[in-house]
Design a protein around this ligand. Sequence first.
Ligand SMILES: Cc1ncc(COP(=O)(O)O)c(C=O)c1O
Length: 394
Amino acid sequence: MKISKKVSGVEYAIRDIVSAAKDLEKQGRTIDYLNIGDPAQYGFHPPENVKQAFIDAIKKDQNYYSASEGIQELRTAIAKKENLKGLSIGADDVLVTNGVSEGLDMIMSSIVEEGDEVLLPGPYYPPYASYIRLHGGIPIEFSVDLENSTPDIADIKSKITPKTVAICLISPNNPTGAVFEEDSLKKLIDVANENNLYIICDEIYDQIVFDKKFVGIGKVAGNSPVIILNGFSKVHLMSGWRIGYIAFNSSPQLAPIREHLPKLARVRISTNHPVQYAALESLRGPQEYISEFVSELKKHRDLVVKRLNSMPGISCSNPKGAFYVFPKIENNPFKSDKEFVLNLLKSKGVLAVHGSGFGTKYGSGYFRLVFLPNMEKLNSALDKIEDFVCSYKP
Ligand SMILES: Cc1ncc(COP(=O)(O)O)c(C=O)c1O
């Protein structure tokens, strides 16, 4: 039967690679899953008050469709959170979504037409390219210096064409952990304004930073056409509950998208209603669980980076945020980074994700590991990776 060209271009390396691991499990092998960025699968759960808010909402029969834009209390609380990060917005500037994933789809479907180009940080979180392609567009990667966490502004300028519609930022970044600082964000805003481009900024890891205070795009946005994507899957540990949001900066240039995008929200009726009360509680209630989570993650990061850098043929820059490392395979005896990852899986049972799954231009030659597992599990997986790289003596 017919299948559309646009859907056949969709890939998601992080999940696509799992089938190879499942085949090995069927043969009785035990797998160390270091592929998926989901805190809840590694023992980090929402606190009791947040779970209770979900249960209470169900028991209070808040089980019907909510307003398409989300419940007002949650939109107000989200606007307050974004105000603290520097964005001057109110509840009406927020639209609650089924995760950042849905928000991204809505944005790309609203701004991308056949042949339009969207700039992405290289390497990037794969759904960005998938949704751009799905809507007929072309993802264009720009270079980022991983040691200094700085975007290459000259490279961005050289890649802007009459077809470019937006610059996407992911800060902290998945897969590299790069966090853009205020100075870089200002330069990015200037480039976008000079070229009449949207700035779409994914800040889903905004509170998971290890070395410096996080600065969001809101701090430098002024009245530029900035759209924030954020959600509750990472910082708030609510991945399986599927909730996130789009926040529009108060910019006159955003008037057309603000008129049309909510129609998409109406077409899909609403997000999960009771979960919105849990998200509200996660913003209003005690916040200590976040700092505990982040300080635990910092220990994981320090361990993983140190151990990877001590392995022959592997070098790893220090992620400034999120929960991934993106080591470079300096001397790869296999024909690609994907072959490296598949051989690591076959010989040691450790599942990583190949770097090229995050964009071939800047991701090839690397692999991504998640450092969410506890220290014992991480050490054990790192022992296996070390054995693997030593076995082929790069
Ligand atoms: C940068 C980034 N954005 C969005 C998502 C997905 O967000 P959500 O669970 O809100 O759909 C992820 C998940 O890994 C991510 O890394």
